[in-house]
Design a protein around this ligand. Structure first.
Ligand code: CO
Length: 353
């Protein structure tokens, strides 16, 4: 995929609506890019699978379609929407965020309300609001008006941020965790369709990752992969105030190999293979040992007798915040690395993992 095409796919994916459990819009974009190249099907939770049939081992490539979102819990008499977080949000980033909701009768725009500083006492300014104290304002004015807009318990919301290209091939947009991974997945699939490879490739867009790796688990149970690479928009840590020796996910510094997080230990032989391939090709990479967090790898690697799995990260600054940044260079390099790895994963290599 050309750089411009890759960029356009990423922008389209970033703009699409896909909180956990409502990923259809993102899945439809993927299907449009994959159909004609591979047979597409879904598991019963909604994860999308495109199969590139071949011999040899079954290689699963997974990226999650969903993004952190919000779910309406109740509508007040005045038409404000109370909500729950879907996925790990930090409360402090939410107040003042413009949001898009999918009401029963169509799309609605609004904003997460915040009390202006004029009305805050000193002690209130010192702590972030709790989710229970926040609300979405769609300008309804009454419960009846909100209802007429199709707003009720269960309606979901995501940030209303249109993607933009900044300087130096950096993209700003919502949901770059994990739309960068999904863009990489689609680009790899496009390459595969034009090349020969020794294996069966299962390109999987998983659902409900942000609430516990649920779609990854069911997809892997359906597919019985022999090996899996998870492509994840991983939180970047090259921020002011972080000691340079602790930076494991810098923007523009190449794909990240996740060695450890509390949900999974990356397969060691797979790690060596990825490093060799990156070094041969002159692709820079970063190693991550994470004290917190988890990915689809956490559930996928425990399916069947165990699946040798590795997470490759594309660093995303401000992951799980309304506007994130990611680098097109990192995305391109990840596509190159993953495409090269797939060609190496034949019966003999996978048998040694
Ligand atoms: Co993610």
């Amino acid at each position: 995929m050309e750089r411009t095409q890759l960029l356009n796919v990423l922008l389209e994916l970033s703009a699409s609506f896909g909180p956990p459990g409502q990923e259809e819009e993102v899945a439809a974009i993927c299907r449009r890019h994959l159909e004609g190249r591979a047979v597409c099907r879904r598991d019963r939770l909604g994860s999308l699978v495109a199969e590139f049939a071949g011999d040899g081992p079954r290689v699963m490539l997974a990226a999650h379609l969903d993004e952190v979102g919000l779910m309406v819990k109740a509508v007040t008499a005045e038409g404000y929407l109370r909500f729950l977080p879907l996925g790990a949000w930090w409360e402090a980033v939410l107040p003042g965020t413009p949001v898009r909701l999918k009401g029963r009768t169509g799309e609605v725009r609004g904003v997460i309300g915040s009390r202006p500083p004029h009305f805050l006492r000193t002690e209130e300014r010192r702590r972030p609001l709790a989710f229970e104290e926040m609300f979405i304002d769609v300008g309804a004015g009454s419960l009846a008006a909100a209802k007429a807009m199709g707003l009720e318990a269960g309606v979901m919301a995501v940030p209303d941020v249109s993607p933009e290209v900044l300087a130096g091939g950096v993209v700003r947009g919502k949901a770059l965790d994990d739309r960068v991974g999904v863009a990489a997945l689609l680009a790899v699939a496009k390459r595969l369709a034009a090349e020969s490879h020794p294996n069966t490739i299962l390109v999987v867009g998983t659902v409900q990752e942000e609430i516990g790796g649920r779609g990854g688990r069911t997809a892997a149970q359906m597919l019985h992969p022999d090996v899996c690479l998870v492509l994840e928009g991983t939180p970047a840590d090259d921020l002011p105030g972080t000691a340079s020796e602790l930076v494991q996910g810098g923007l523009g510094r190449g794909p990240q190999i996740r060695i450890f997080d509390p949900s999974m230990i990356g397969n060691r032989r797979l790690i060596e293979m990825v490093r060799e391939e990156a070094e041969t090709r002159g692709i820079p990479y970063q190693l991550a040992v994470r004290e917190t967090g988890g990915t689809d790898g956490g559930t996928i690697h425990l399916v069947d007798l165990g699946v040798p799995t590795l997470v490759l990260g594309i660093p995303v600054r401000y992951a799980h915040a309304p506007a994130c940044l990611a680098s097109l260079d990192d995305l391109e390099k990840t596509v190159e690395l993953v495409s090269a790895l797939i060609r190496r994963l034949d019966m003999v290599t996978v048998g040694r993992l």
